[in-house]
Design a protein around this ligand. Structure first.
Ligand code: BGC
Length: 347
């Protein structure tokens, strides 16, 4: 049984007692489960959709029979680790029972861990993965995310299947697919792993490939468009495949071909990762040959389940934790053939 479903059955008194047990800093109102959430950048498309799902889940819990209201204190770190460290301090001062952190700098969680540990407030890191050593440094730290290797593997295989079905992708007819990679942030686990694994998967699938260039575009559509325009200037119509670490950058690449008014038949196959609303639309309208579903609904739900369990000490055993620390949601392929299963219809 899900932790929060079980919680719905708890009485307010029991929940309040559990909260006292959790030993959080300043005391929240009796029975109030207060969750702090700080994100690295609220304008990131994937993160903003994940937060939408999270808030919907919180509303659903509050609309249920839960006698213990759940409230959320939200902050945007706006790409500053220093700001984020301060936000965590403030959340603890405001009596948050648990804090969810989308780290700005995934190599620098030490201040947050120290602050939370002193106040004995559990922390759930999500999406931007800290190194294992940091996660293991205290028993009330958790991580919710996905397996970056799987996303790259699926992206490479999906691209290979497309190329097999559409031999015209090799426009030059030289038997080799000339490709470029649009990478997310330098140092982000998903950029590093996706870029490498996706290419390896293409090779394993027997596709002959040649790398023209890879460019960092920080998950950002406008930056990807700029970088792609530069690559169009360098290679003309020589680019046959664009592997983008996320949908926003894949769409930025498509924007570049639009802005240069390059006809459809001279454009490369472009593939993303995420399955955001705009990404799904891109697959539906043919701008993208596919994407890889980064299960934000599942991640949001897992965060809430874990937050409620960690805050109350109830229901932890029902959660699919690996090593008592990690919850990773699986990725899946999205193409025009199965897209109706995603988006509004996604369970
Ligand atoms: C997503 C990106 C997002 C990044 C933020 C990745 O998992 O695929 O779209 O920008 O996380 O950390």
């Amino acid at each position: 049984m899900k932790a929060w479903r079980r919680l719905i059955r708890m009485t307010a008194a029991a929940a309040a007692a559990a909260l006292v047990f959790s030993g959080c800093g300043a005391s929240p109102g009796a029975g109030d489960i207060r969750i702090g959430v700080t994100v690295y950048d609220e304008y990131d498309t994937f993160i903003s959709e994940l937060m939408e799902d999270f808030m919907e889940d919180v509303a659903a819990v509050n609309a249920g029979e839960l006698e213990t209201p759940v409230s959320v204190v939200r902050s945007n770190a706006a790409q500053s680790q220093i700001t984020q460290n301060e936000q965590v301090e403030q959340m603890i001062a405001k009596g948050c029972s648990v804090i969810c952190v989308n780290l700005v700098d995934r190599t620098d969680p030490s201040m947050i861990i120290e602050t939370a540990r002193e106040a004995d407030v559990p922390v759930i890191f999500f999406n931007r993965e800290l190194v294992e050593e940091d996660l293991m440094s205290w028993n009330r730290l958790y991580y919710v995310g996905a397996d970056a290797f799987e996303s790259g593997r699926i992206q490479g295989r999906t691209a290979a299947a497309y190329i097999r079905e559409h031999p015209e992708t090799d426009r030059s007819g030289d038997g080799v697919i000339q490709y470029v990679v649009l990478e997310g942030e330098a140092g982000h686990q998903d950029s590093i792993v996706r870029s490498e694994t996706s290419v390896n998967a293409l090779i394993e699938e027997g596709v002959q490939i040649e790398k023209l260039e890879s460019a960092i575009a920080n998950w950002n559509r406008a930056q990807a468009r700029n970088r792609m325009e530069q690559m169009i200037d360098s290679y003309g119509e020589g680019v046959e495949l664009v592997l983008a670490n996320n949908d926003d950058m894949a769409l930025g690449a498509a924007d570049a071909f639009d802005s240069r008014e390059i006809p459809e038949e001279d454009r490369p196959a472009i593939i993303g990762i995420d399955g955001t609303k705009v990404g799904l639309e891109g697959v539906r309208n043919g701008k993208l040959i596919g994407t890889v579903y980064n299960d934000k609904e599942g991640q949001a739900r897992a965060m809430l389940d874990l937050a409620l369990a960690a805050a109350t000490g109830e229901g932890m055993e029902d959660l699919p934790l690996t090593d008592g620390k990690y919850i990773r949601l699986p990725y899946s392929e999205i193409t025009v053939d199965n897209i109706s299963r995603f988006g509004e219809e996604t369970p």
